[in-house]
Every structure is written in C-alpha cells, then in structure tokens.
Design a protein around this ligand. Structure first.
Ligand SMILES: Nc1ncnc2c1ncn2[C@@H]1O[C@H](COP(=O)(O)OP(=O)(O)OP(=O)(O)O)[C@@H](O)[C@H]1O
Length: 661
C-alpha cells in the first residue's frame, strides 16, 4: 500500500546471494529458445496463416526464374527459329509472371504485418509477466542482484529475445524451404550445375558456425556490461548531489569510462566477429556464381542446355545463395536471442515467495473470501475504505530472524501492541527496529516464532491481506513523479470493489487527510498548490515537506495498522508536534508501531519496547521505564544532558496525555 520503502541500501549476504541464484546451471541455449517459443505461443490460426502465406510467397519466388527461362526460350526460338514469334504464348507468360509478382507482394506484405503484430502482442504479454513477477519475487532476490541487471532483463533482454521469434517461426523455415526446393529444381534442370551451386552450402555453414562461436562470448560480455553500466548511471543520477559534494565526479567518471570501454570493446569484437560472416558467404557465393555462368555458357554453346534453362539456373542459384546467407545470418542472431531468452527465463522461473504457493501453515489458510470478510469486519483492517470497526491487536511471539544465518538480527522478540494503541520501539543503531517492521509487512518470513494480527498468523493471512491493512512511512519518503495531489491520493484510492461509487469517499478521505496532516500551509506555498508537479526525486520539496506529504498519504489511507519508521525525523519540532497531533486523532482507528530515536516522541506512546542487539530488554510505559531505572531511563538522562531538553518525568508521562507519532 502507500509506502514501503526501506531506508537502507541492500547488503548482500551469503543467504541472499544463494537465494538470488535461481538455478545452479544456466538453461541450455536450445532449452531457452524452446522455452521462449512456449511463452510467446502465437495463436495457432495466426501461425498457420502466416506460415501458409510465407510458403506461398517462397513458392512464387522460386517459380519466377523458371518463367523467366520460358520467356527467354520463347523469344530466342521466335527470333531465330523457322516458326513466327508465338506472341500469344509470350504475352500469356508475361501475364503469369506479372500476376505472380503481385501475388508474391501480397503474400509477403500480409505475412509480415500479421507476424509483426502477433509478435508485438506476445512481447507485450511477456513484458507484463516479467513486470508482475518482479512484484512476487522474494525481497532477498531483489536485494542481492544489481538493479541495472534487473532493468535490462525487463526491457532490453525481453525485446532482444523476441527478435528471434520471427526468424525461428518464419524466416528460417522459409529459407530452408527455398534451399531445398531450389536444389531439387536445379537438379531437374541441370545436375552438373546443381552440384556446382551446392558447393557453397557446406562452406557457408562451416563459416557461420565458426563466426558464431567467436561472437558468443563477446555478446555475453556486451549484455552483462550494458546491465552494469545502466545500474551505474542510475546510481550516479540518484546520488548526484553527494557525488558533487565529495568532489567524487572523477571516481564515478573513471568507473563509467572503464565500463564504457569494456562495452565498446565487446560490441566492436562481437560486430567484428559476426560482421565477417556476410562478406565471407558473399565471396563464396560469387565464386560459385562465376563458375556457374562459365560452365552454363559452355553447355549452351554445346547445345546441352537451352539459353532459358541457363538463365533459370543462374537466377535459381542466386536464390539458393540468398537462402543460405539468411540461414548463416540466422545463427548469430539466434545466439544473441538465446542469451537474452535465458536471462528472461531466469526471472520468470525464480521461485516466488512462499506466500504465493501454499501457506507455510499448510491447510489452515483462509480462502480469499474469508480474508475479505475478515477485512470488512475489521479483523485485518480495510485500508482503502476505512470500513474497519476496530483496529487490530498485533502480537510478536518469540520472533527470531536473520538475513544471514550466521548473524542473528532478532532473537526471541515478544511483545503485544493493543488494539488502537501506539507502541514505540527504541534502541541503538542496528538493533533490529526496522527489521521488525519488515517482518510485520511480511517482506521476509520469520525464522522462528509467530507474528499474529488479531490472533491470526500473518503467514496464514497471506502477504496481500496482511499489507492491505497497513500504511508505512519511512525516514526516506518515497514520492513518485506526478502532482502533490496524486501522491497523496495514492493512499486513498476508490474502493476497488465499487470504484465509481467510491470516488466521493476517496475525495473525502483526501480532504480529511489534508486537514489532519497540516499540509495546507506548505501546499499553499507551492507554485501550483496541490497540482504542483513533483519530480522523480522530489527535488523541489524540502526533506520535511516530503515527509509531511508521505505522512498525509498514509493518513488518507485510513489504515488500521500504521508503521512510522523515523517518519518525522526531518520535520522541525513544531511540524513534528502537528503531525503527532494528527496521528493522535487517528488513534482510535489505528494500531501504531512507531520507531524513533527521539525519546521525547517515544515518551508519548502507550508502550515503549527497548530493543538491544535484537532482543527486547525492557517493555512498559514511559513512567514504568523511568521508575525501573534501566537502559531507557539512562538514555533519557543522557538525552537531557546532550540535548538540554527534558524528555519528561514519570509523573508527566505523555503516555496518556500527549499525541503519538
Ligand atoms: N537487507 C539486509 N540484508 C542484510 N542485513 C541487513 C539488511 N537490513 C539490515 N541488515 C542488518 O540487520 C541489522 C539490523 O538492522 P535494522 O535496520 O533492523 O536496524 P535498526 O535498529 O532499524 O537501525 P537504525 O536505528 O540505524 O535504523 C543490522 O546489523 C543491519 O546491518
């Protein structure tokens, strides 16, 4: 739902690296292509029509040299023989030839159009499947891979893989058909000339294999480097201010140059390798062509062959060589396509979250309808409509978790957040606070223990039902390209079940959130108010403004569970107070998990959980914890010393009195 950005760059771990490797061995080249054709699966009738049209086109083209030959013979006989010129026969042949040209044109054109549109549709579907799959991949897989590589798989590799579909389905079979039929015809017309013409075939095939073998490693390097370069540029753009601040342009520039050089080298080598094929095959064919012309001419002089037949042989041999050239060029293309098909396959065959298969709990997972009913009843909330009656209770029960099996992050964490209450998690850096929120959002399964929402294990609820109840605001607010209004309304979409009927409801939620979020003043100061465009990095807004907009978006969602992870860290104390007051008003409808380093903020929560080194060391209200004089109390005293600001005494606890947030 509204926001689920994580605030920390991914740290690859042993476990995640293993998870990122979807298969031990890369799929075989043939395997990838067969797999790709299965994915593309053009409709049978369309395939049949395209094949029939292509076959007719090829047959028409093959017949034309024979008709040319017949026309030549009629003219030669009519001009030099005793009989007068058979004009009607000549015009008939010319008419047949002209009709054939038109028919070939129509067949080739309609075949090309039908095939192109069918492939474009199939690619559209394939790209959509890859995109949808990305959302179902376990987070570990996404965290461990490079973003550039993933982007390449979704865009460039998907496109490149599908460029081989047309050649596999149509060009290659029609080229084979041309070569076979032309060879047979050549043998019928003149076995000697046919044998000479065929010399080119094995030579071209051997050349194609040798060239493709040389090109393949360069193609692989080209694709891998393109992916790394894309990732590097993306990273450079998103961190451009930091890069400038540290004067690190030369460092990133050097890395860019290095990758650019590598890409240039691999592209040049791949093109050098595959570029030699066409001229080599053409040279072989030219030699064969000259030989045919000489031998055919001698046969005509000796009267062993008519002039028309010799002409037909030469034209047929041209068709033979162009068919073979196409087949030779097909091989490197297949190589490049198969590399890309393998990459796309890797994504689509990566095992998904358990959640999308069977529940870890086996058979006791509720049906979708049950979950919906629970959501409407308020059991798992109803973020989008605010239909829930009672915010849920959340129970962390002996939760263990590790990103990397060697390094436990959470150990036996247990605490309960009462319905409609606010629990603040405090603890040192790296103690596991954000990790707790990620587990609650079902981004990772727990290694031990349970997390329950109103008594139901979230693994039983399923990922989507669990998250549908939540709104999350992190310390690094995520805004998408659009207007401020769209960014806030993202949290309050119309009811999916009745979108038309709920437009007013969504508007009302948006208005309410604007008032509650206290963003009115800020929005009024923006050039176009609510319609101010927000760029990708929201550079035109301050960090505090961005946070305020994301908090407002979360409010517009009217969630039954609200997760605030250092959500107001960039806001000034007055703005923070306003946000806290607004969040306080949500309290009766929302169960809140609040992560903060500001103890003054934590002090106002109903319950404070102190986390140290992945373990709960203290739980209680601000007053309880001060009275216990443990770690929390010591931190409060240290805060007073360092900040000069009192967090609050036991008697003045904000737990019951103040706003939360
Ligand atoms: N995606 C990840 N992969 C591997 N290790 C991670 C990942 N995210 C966090 N960690 C590690 O888990 C531990 C707990 O991190 P977490 O973000 O939960 O701490 P935190 O208490 O929220 O810290 P902070 O107060 O700095 O935000 C840290 O040691 C961190 O390095």
């Amino acid at each position: 739902m509204p926001e689920s950005t994580t605030s920390r760059p991914a740290t690859p771990t042993h476990q995640s690296a293993a998870a990122a490797k979807p298969r031990e061995t890369a799929p075989s080249r043939e395997g990838s292509l067969v797999w790709l054709l299965r994915q593309i699966a053009l409709p049978r009738r369309r395939r049949f029509t395209v094949t029939a049209l292509a076959t007719l086109g090829v047959c028409g083209s093959i017949v034309t040299p024979l008709i040319y030959g017949a026309i030549t013979n009629v003219i030669v006989d009519g001009a030099s023989g005793p009989e007068p010129m058979p004009w009607s026969r000549l015009w008939t042949l010319v008419g047949v030839q002209a009709t054939l040209f038109v028919a070939i044109f129509v067949c080739n054109l309609s075949q090309g159009l039908l095939l192109t549109s069918a492939i474009a549709r199939a690619v559209y579907g394939l790209r959509a499947r890859v995109e949808a799959k990305i959302h179902r991949l376990p987070l570990r897989v996404l965290e461990s891979g490079s973003r550039g590589e993933l982007m390449s798989k979704i865009t460039a590799h998907t496109d490149n893989a599908t460029t081989v579909v047309g050649p596999i389905l149509v060009s290659a079979p029609t080229s084979v058909l041309t070569v076979v039929v032309v060879t047979v015809l050549l043998f019928v017309v003149s076995p000697l000339l046919a044998a000479i013409a065929l010399i080119a075939a094995p030579v071209s095939a051997v050349l194609a294999v040798l060239v493709a073998r040389r090109a393949r490693p360069h193609l692989v390097t080209q694709w891998t480097t393109t992916a790394v370069l894309t990732g590097h540029i993306e990273e450079e753009l998103s961190a451009r201010r930091m890069v400038s601040a540290y004067g690190a342009e030369s460092i990133t520039g050097r890395r860019f140059d290095e990758l650019n050089d590598r890409l240039f080298g691999s592209v040049r080598s791949a093109q050098w390798a595959s570029g030699t094929l066409a001229p080599l095959v053409t040279a072989v064919n030219s030699a064969v062509f000259v030989t045919l012309a000489v031998v055919g001419g001698i046969q005509v002089i000796h009267g062993d062959l008519s002039l028309g037949a010799a002409q037909a042989v030469i034209l047929l041999s041209q068709q033979l060589s162009s068919g073979m050239r196409e087949l030779a060029a097909f091989y490197p293309r297949i190589q490049s396509g198969s590399v890309s098909a393998g990459k796309v396959r890797e994504v689509l065959e990566t095992p998904e979250d358990d959640d999308h298969g069977t529940s870890m709990n086996g058979g006791d997972r509720p049906e979708a309808a049950d979950i919906q009913a629970m959501a409407i009843d308020g059991a798992v909330g109803g973020v989008q409509t605010g239909r829930h009656h009672r915010p849920p209770e959340i129970d962390f029960d002996a939760v263990d978790f590790a990103y990397d099996p060697e390094t436990p992050v959470l150990r036996g964490v247990s605490f309960t957040i009462g319905s409609g209450s606010t629990t603040a998690i405090v603890g040192s850096t790296g103690s596991g606070k954000t990790t707790l929120t990620r587990l609650l959002q079902a981004f990772y399964p727990t290694d031990g223990g349970r997390i329950r929402i109103d008594g139901t294990d979230i693994r039983t609820l399923g990922r989507d039902a669990t998250r549908s109840a939540m709104a999350v605001v992190t310390q690094e607010p995520w805004l998408f390209t659009g207007t401020v209004r769209e960014n806030i309304a993202y949290g309050a979409p119309p009811d999916a079940a009745e979108p038309a009927a709920d437009v007013t409801g969504a508007d009302a939620r948006l208005e309410r959130a604007l008032v509650d979020g206290h963003v009115g003043q800020i929005i009024a100061a923006l050039p176009d108010g609510l319609d101010t465009a927000v760029g990708h990095d929201a550079d035109n807004l301050s960090a505090g403004e961005r946070q305020l907009i994301t908090v407002t978006r979360a409010m517009a969602a009217e969630p039954s569970i609200l997760i605030l992870d250092e959500a107001t860290s960039a806001a000034d104390p007055r703005t923070e107070l306003l946000i806290q007051q607004a969040l306080h008003r949500l309290r009766s409808r929302t169960t809140t998990l609040l992560i903060t380093h500001r103890l003054a903020t934590a002090a106002r929560a109903d319950q404070i959980v102190v986390l140290e080194d992945g373990q709960v060391v203290e739980v209680g209200t601000h007053a309880d914890l001060l009275a216990a004089d443990g770690l929390y109390a010591r931190r409060c005293r240290a805060d007073v010393v360092t900040d000069g600001a009192a967090v609050g005494s036991a008697s003045g606890s904000g737990a019951a009195s103040g706003p939360t947030g």
